[in-house]
Design a protein around this ligand. Structure first.
Ligand code: FA5
Ligand code: MG
Length: 429
């Protein structure tokens, strides 16, 4: 996926006491800040025909059954594994790192903004494409709309891929300062900082001309300065001193747009996107003369840095050795890895075709190996004289809870090969 999309990031010149200064960077990225569109055909799926238990989930006050979400229809690409995560709401558990983090962010906003921010953390993750894309001005051909990137329930309904899906509705309802926390869903690559279900917190603050008139700035500059001050203050509240930097970015719903990166595990880790809201969104919500800022925080990414959690899969662990290390209200705790089990690497080479995408490959690997899949990495890529392109992927299998046997891993790998061959029209080498 990352290879398909590209966004420009330029470092801002504005220095700050904890901003790290570096040169201009450009990197590949996926997500809502991508420019280029791609609409690969569906991954052919062979869904199990088991009878489905009709237990109901409650999602934000809506009763949902499995049949409502996972359907054997060409316009549906939600796998069973994703369904099992619906309704878990890790961010609402006060003893879970994500709940502890959410509460610490609430604390920051309550004390700095006099309890003005309205908080939502139980809005239904099933939204319309209108809410997820149209209302935040995501263009018709934007990559994030593709079936390769987003989980569709049907052509007009998705599992929200960002909490920005709720912006327009809350603005229409008259809210002017709000935070929305929720689980979000994306088809994505597999590594220690990407997971197909993760959590975001959206923040929106609306200003009226009275707020900026005396500042000598226009509304946009005023909002951009306020936004950065707010997020830098939040970072200090959470981390104290940490190395971070602002990067110019692009989102369809903000202008200007920025991302904040934190130095973690010897790399720059993107933790949030933000910017000054496009005027059009405010206008449609009845805020004609106003200006607003908005941000979307990746809660796992922040929690990884805060609690020293090395792998994003751990957030889903029910192993007591993980869960017992965190306590409500305690931000300073550092996770102590209970044991590091050995990884096992399996390489797989094949000739790709035009419809090949890495996200489709990752869906197969996740479907077979679940959380035993630690990483899927392209390690070799060449095109021969006949114009055929070969990819070699290295799949890392590792459990965070036990040692895996050779037999177990071989079986996983054979299943992956089998499904890749059967479903992706590639030629294994
Ligand atoms: C967005 O989702 C925008 N909606 C954010 C935003 C809101 C911008 C409001 C402007 C105004 P992006 O796709 O970059 O942007 O994702 C935001 C954050 O989610 C990232 O910075 C990262 O911290 C986190 N994130 C993205 N993909 C994953 C993933 N697969 N696993 C874990 N975290 C992820
Ligand atoms: Mg991003």
């Amino acid at each position: 996926m990352a290879a398909l999309t590209f966004a420009h990031h330029m470092l801002l010149s504005k220095p700050s006491f904890f901003l790290h200064s570096t040169k201009t960077i450009a990197k590949t990225t996926n997500g809502l800040n991508a420019f280029i569109s791609a609409s690969p055909p569906f991954l052919r799926r062979h869904k199990s025909t088991q009878t489905i238990a009709s237990s109901l989930l409650e999602l934000g006050g809506v009763q949902i059954s499995k049949q409502d979400v996972v359907k054997d229809e060409p316009t549906n690409n939600v796998p069973d594994l994703i369904f099992t995560k619906l309704g878990l709401q890790l961010h609402r558990r006060d003893n879970h790192p994500l709940g502890i983090l959410k509460n610490a962010i609430y604390e920051y906003f309550d004390s700095n903004y006099n309890n003005q921010f309205n908080k939502f953390d139980d809005l239904c993750p099933i939204v319309t494409t209108k809410e997820n894309f149209d209302e935040v001005l995501v263009p018709a051909d934007h990559v994030s709309r593709s079936y390769n990137d987003t989980y569709y329930i049907d052509a007009g309904t998705v599992l929200r891929c960002h909490t920005s899906a709720h912006q327009a509705d809350l603005l229409r309802k008259g809210y002017t300062n709000f935070l929305v926390t929720g689980d979000v869903y994306r088809r994505d690559s597999i590594d220690s900082t990407h997971y197909p279900v993760f959590h975001q917190m959206e923040g929106v603050r609306v200003f009226s001309p009275n707020d900026w008139n005396d500042s000598g700035m226009d509304g946009t500059l005023y909002a951009a300065n306020d936004l950065k001050a707010c997020l830098e203050g939040l970072a200090r509240h959470l981390f104290g001193a940490v190395e971070m930097r602002w990067v110019d970015s692009y989102f369809p719903f903000t202008n200007p747009s920025f991302e904040l990166e934190i130095y973690f595990q010897e790399k720059w880790l993107e933790v949030l996107g933000c910017g000054v809201m496009e005027q059009e969104i405010l206008k449609r919500g009845g805020n004609t003369d106003n200006v607003a800022w908005a941000f979307g925080l990746g809660l796992e990414r922040l929690a990884m840095v805060l609690f020293d959690i090395p792998d994003i899969r751990l957030f889903w662990s029910t192993d007591k050795r993980f869960t017992s290390q965190f306590t409500k209200g305690q931000l300073g705790i550092k996770f102590k890895p209970f044991s590091k089990y050995p990884p096992c690497y399996k390489d797989m080479s094949f000739w790709i075709n035009d419809s090949f995408t890495e996200n489709n490959l990752c869906e197969i690997v996740r479907g077979v190996a679940g959380d035993l899949a630690e990483e899927v990495q392209l390690i070799d890529n060449f095109t021969n004289k006949k114009g055929m392109t070969s990819h070699c992927y290295r799949i890392t299998y590792r459990s965070m809870e036990r040692s895996l046997t050779d037999e177990e891993i071989n079986e996983l790998q054979w299943n992956v090969r089998d499904q890749v061959q059967g479903q992706m029209d590639v030629e294994l080498r």
